[in-house]
Design a protein around this ligand. Sequence first.
Ligand code: HEM
Length: 424
Amino acid sequence: MELKPFSGAYLVHPAAIWRALLGDTDRVHYADDLNLWLISRHADVRNALGDNDAFQNALTLAPVYEMCPEALAIVMKIDAPPTTAAADPPTHPRTRRALRATFPNTAARVDEQFGPIVRKRVDELVSRIAGRRGAVVDLIPEFAAELPLLVVLDILGVPEDDIAQIKRWSDGQIALVWGQPSPDEQVRLAQGLLDFWRYCQDLVARVNHSGHLGSDYISRALRYRDGDDSVLTESEVASLAFNLLVAGHETTSGLLAHCLDYALAIPSRWDGIVADPSIVPGYVEETLRFGPAIDGWLRMTSRDVTIGDVTIPAGARCLLLIGAANRDPAVFAEPDRFDPHRADVRDHVSFGYGPHFCIGAALARLEAQTALTHLAAAVPGLRLTPGHARSYKPNVAFRAHRALTVIVDPVGVHATGEEEVLAA
Ligand code: HEM
């Protein structure tokens, strides 16, 4: 079969493809166009995410196509040691220990340490939007993409002036690895990625040699390392920063975009959030299940793996279809219905599962919940521009909106009964 993620139906309406794959008797499919094995059932995706022996991470951040030699030559100069999503044992248990010790990952600790940053940044952006009464605003660049980036820059202690550059580099990495850029684009994006890595190395070296470690993440990681390379090398601290700067915002931007899209596409839903913000946590969680910001993630088999009647050979790259797993009827009743009240909603695999489970899950939840609650309170009449059509950037992993244009009407009254059928 062919998935055609960059142009076909999958780009527009992935759930129809997930449904077809889940309904097939084969549990695994081979996508000829991508040279990737597709794993779609919830139990199989969860097992692959959790089984680091059979499904390795080493190539998770390697492009899904054959790169042109010029771009490859540049990428080969990026000597970032694997620390997170590209690391396997024996390195990963050690770097994961470092991550867990330095990055808060429970709701309470995240709220205590990052809550003030999140609330400050949300309020700045919300008042900027609320101040543009009657204007048409694209919520992707002006809110969904900007908020998580500002938050992660604050956490890492990165100067705000560098925001545009980091956004360009990080968008570039996502297009370079999981997109389909032309050879000229590959060269440009590869150069950007190399510059980004050098930037992270400089950043860490500057903090390390400043003689003063503060409360930012880089200082915290350097303090944890305490000059001991067997704990973490300076280069690994730079690699953690490199990974967090991308993982910490591109994903959460997607979550915010999906939350806003699903809420505003059905005005009664937005009105429900305005009237009762206590529904927001359930709403965000169901958005994670229904429209995950990362709906496919990569692994490589270390040995032959048999799933149902199909054997995936050793050394094969697999695309774990998180979006499909979250719609598996074996786990979720009426999976194509958006239901913020599902009791089992947290069984989604949008933050992964097992040894690489997302370290930023609690932060992402806090950002999305705060953003939605404060925006709904400040602009209860917010509504999509008439005729708004959903459209995503071509990518096999990140499902990112191209635009989400709204009219900023602080008190507008929604027309009643205009329920759009959500792209199920
Ligand atoms: C909605 C938002 C987010 C989504 C959907 C998401 C998704 C994921 C997924 C699927 C993984 C598993 C990777 C694997 O198994 O190979 C992961 C890992 C990771 N995430 Fe997130 N993430 C989000 C937000 C964040 C944030 C806010 C941060 C940090 C500021 C973050 C940092 C990381 C890191 C460092 C890892 C690698 C952990 C490891 O390999 O041990 N993520 N994330």
